[in-house]
Design a protein around this ligand. Structure first.
Ligand SMILES: C[S@@+](CC[C@H](N)C(=O)[O-])C[C@H]1O[C@@H](n2cnc3c(N)ncnc32)[C@H](O)[C@@H]1O
Length: 245
């Protein structure tokens, strides 16, 4: 695939929408492939070593948005740990409360442009292994304000390794049963919530997650949210990565 780079454009999101939650708070759906607030290679390396003695690892992804994050996680595992027992990490179970975002994720379609393609290039990843070109137009995402140039379709190597569900992370985390083998990605959503909501959510996670399970946050969660996480029995093991103690 031929890739044209535009050096002046620094930032790109696969969608950039806002909607009002039930309590009236504006919630963003902003996400992107290889979102740079997490060192995906370092985190995945840590995760694989940390769970080397486990037969099954359950990755739960909350606030999954359009699927960019799940695809990033799958690609990082497949690229870096070929030939190793990585099937135990699949399928990722990904949840978003917003039906529109779930429909987009379940369509397998993803807005990407040259910024995303450059990230594949920089990581020596062949984008054609994972996506096929679909259209020169954006996917029509409700409330999306960003401009895109191209839509891609995720290939089965991605879609077979993730299930997208419409679901509220509060309900899912309350019901989840753990055997010290869970990775919760809950990135760039908790900071939209009040202290009390974050405390409640982390109480469920602290109660249900056993020693050694991981909880991963994002750039907007860095200060206020991270201190609540640590008050609820988690220790920081990498930037934005916490382990139940
Ligand atoms: C800013 S995006 C984060 C996307 C992705 N995690 C990332 O870091 O790039 C926040 C997403 O959280 C979803 N969301 C909001 N409240 C939620 C809840 N209670 N349960 C699950 N998803 C929720 C929104 O619909 C939105 O798609």
């Amino acid at each position: 695939m031929r890739i044209n780079f535009c050096p002046n454009v620094q930032y790109f999101t696969s969608n950039n929408g806002y909607y009002k939650s039930e309590n009236g708070n504006p919630i963003g759906t902003v996400t992107q492939m290889f979102r740079p607030d997490l060192d995906w290679n370092r985190f995945t390396d840590f995760m694989v070593k940390h769970f080397k003695n486990k037969d099954k690892v359950q990755i739960l992804q909350f606030a999954a948005s359009d699927g960019s994050e799940a695809y990033t996680q799958i690609i990082t595992l497949l690229e870096n740990f070929k030939g190793q027992n990585i099937d135990k990490f699949f399928p990722i179970e990904a949840y978003d409360i917003d039906k529109n975002m779930c429909d987009v994720a379940n369509s397998g379609l993803l807005n990407m442009n040259f910024i995303d393609l450059k990230k594949f290039n920089d990581n020596n990843i062949d984008v054609d292994k994972y996506f096929e070109f679909y259209s020169d137009k954006n996917i029509n995402i409700l409330n999306d304000t960003s401009e895109h140039f191209q839509t891609y379709k995720a290939l089965p190597i991605l879609t077979e390794n993730v299930n997208f569900h419409q679901g509220d992370m509060f309900d899912v985390s309350k019901k989840h049963t753990d055997d010290s083998n869970t990775v919760v990605l809950c990135r760039n959503i908790l900071d939209y919530l009040t202290d009390r909501e974050v405390e409640n959510f982390m109480m469920y996670n602290s109660f249900n997650l056993k020693k050694g399970s991981l909880f991963v946050t994002g750039e907007i969660d860095e200060h206020r949210v991270e201190s609540i996480i640590m008050r609820n029995g988690f220790v920081k093991v990498l930037p934005h990565v916490f382990m139940k103690a």
